[in-house]
Design a protein around this ligand. Structure first.
Ligand code: SF4
Length: 267
């Protein structure tokens, strides 16, 4: 698939399907650079490229790369791993954003595409397909030809965190990428689907930071929760919440397909 040494993260520009970066893409090494490189990104392609090479959070860089090198799950031991932040995926002109939590260590961190190659992805892409947003009901690898229309998927935190738990500092450091996603989407944005309370809180915080009007007190997260946001240009955007599509919720029946479909139908 690529020419990178097996068992190491994919260097930018080496032919991985969907890699938005090349070897000239500037790398953010700290929070200040994340702010500078996100706010100056003129479009989502540039934003995705810069996200995909970010190294601002040392704990997460160590974790994502150690999973990619020595920590691969046994069933994927013969596969190369992406080992970089997950760039946004989908329609660059989408009126709908989906905000997830963070890449999974053996999902996006392996395949290089949001919600791709794991059980969570099986759920969200199947639902987006039923809702008419995804061409295929599955999303198995970054070269599978999946196409999203009308939706772009991003995340609160773009690197796989240990135990799926990013720290407060890591969430804050990564937020400017999401702020810029909101700003770039704002002229045509209709609604945002936040998956889980972390996606919900990150979206509200990013919207505030982007200068949008956000209700106070902070709207409470819940499955089917709704909040009215207003962009800096006065455009109304509805925020909808869904329980996260993690196995913890889907295996236990806390989140069912009809529940997810009902929220997606409101987007
Ligand atoms: Fe960069 Fe976000 Fe990854 Fe931190 S979590 S290294 S800010 S992409």
């Amino acid at each position: 698939m690529t020419g990178q040494p097996f068992g190491s993260p994919v260097p930018p520009g080496t032919g991985w399907p969907g890699d938005p970066a090349d070897r000239h893409t500037p790398v953010a090494g700290d929070e200040e650079r994340v702010r500078a490189l996100s706010s100056s990104a003129p479009d989502v392609d540039t934003l995705d490229a810069r996200v995909s090479v970010c190294r601002a959070c040392s704990r997460l860089v160590d974790w994502r790369e150690s999973v990619a090198t020595s920590g691969r799950r046994a069933s994927f031991a013969d596969q190369p791993y992406w080992g970089r932040p997950g760039p946004g995926f989908g329609d660059p002109n989408a009126p709908v954003l989906v905000v997830g939590l963070a890449p999974a260590a053996n999902g996006t961190n392996r395949t290089g595409r949001m919600f791709t190659g794991d059980r969570s992805g099986d759920w969200i892409y199947a639902a987006l397909h039923r809702g008419g947003y995804a061409e295929q009901p599955t999303s198995e690898h970054s070269g599978d030809g999946q196409v999203l229309t009308g939706v772009r998927i991003v995340a609160a935190v773009r690197c796989a965190p240990p135990a799926n738990k990013p720290s407060t500092t890591e969430k804050a450091t990564c937020r400017p990428w999401l702020v810029r996603d909101l700003e770039l989407a704002a002229p045509r944005l209709r609604s945002i689907l936040a998956l889980g309370s972390i996606g919900w809180d990150a979206t509200l915080a990013a919207a505030r930071e982007a200068g949008w009007v956000v209700p106070r007190p902070k709207p409470r997260f819940g499955h089917g929760a709704q909040a009215a946001l207003t962009t800096g240009q006065g455009r109304a955007v509805q925020l909808l919440g869904s329980y996260h599509v993690s196995q913890q919720n889907t295996f236990t029946g806390k989140l069912t397909e009809p529940m997810l479909d009902a929220v997606i139908a409101r987007l």
